[in-house]
Design a binder for this molecule. Structure first.
Ligand code: ZN
Length: 76
């Protein structure tokens, strides 16, 4: 049983800037896409990254709220 996925060396794509496994002959993200499709794909990826960032901020707010609550309960 493996706890971690196998480590794969990655390289950056000159076209899209994303990383893909070094042992692949072509970029796994943008190979075969036209410039228009690539632009749409990158926009979609950026939207997803923004959602994850917002979720991260939410967790930070919850952590701060819990820390303040714990501090206030400990004082009383
Ligand atoms: Zn690429």
């Amino acid at each position: 049983m493996y706890l971690l996925p196998p480590f794969r060396h990655k390289t950056s794509c000159m076209r899209c800037g994303l990383k893909y496994p070094k042992d692949e002959p072509n970029c796994t993200h943008c190979y075969g896409l036209s410039d228009t499709e690539l632009s749409q794909y990158l926009d979609t990826r950026n939207d997803g990254a923004e959602d994850i960032r917002d979720l991260g901020k939410l967790f930070i707010y919850i952590a701060i709220l819990l820390a303040i609550t714990t501090f206030l309960v400990a004082l009383s």
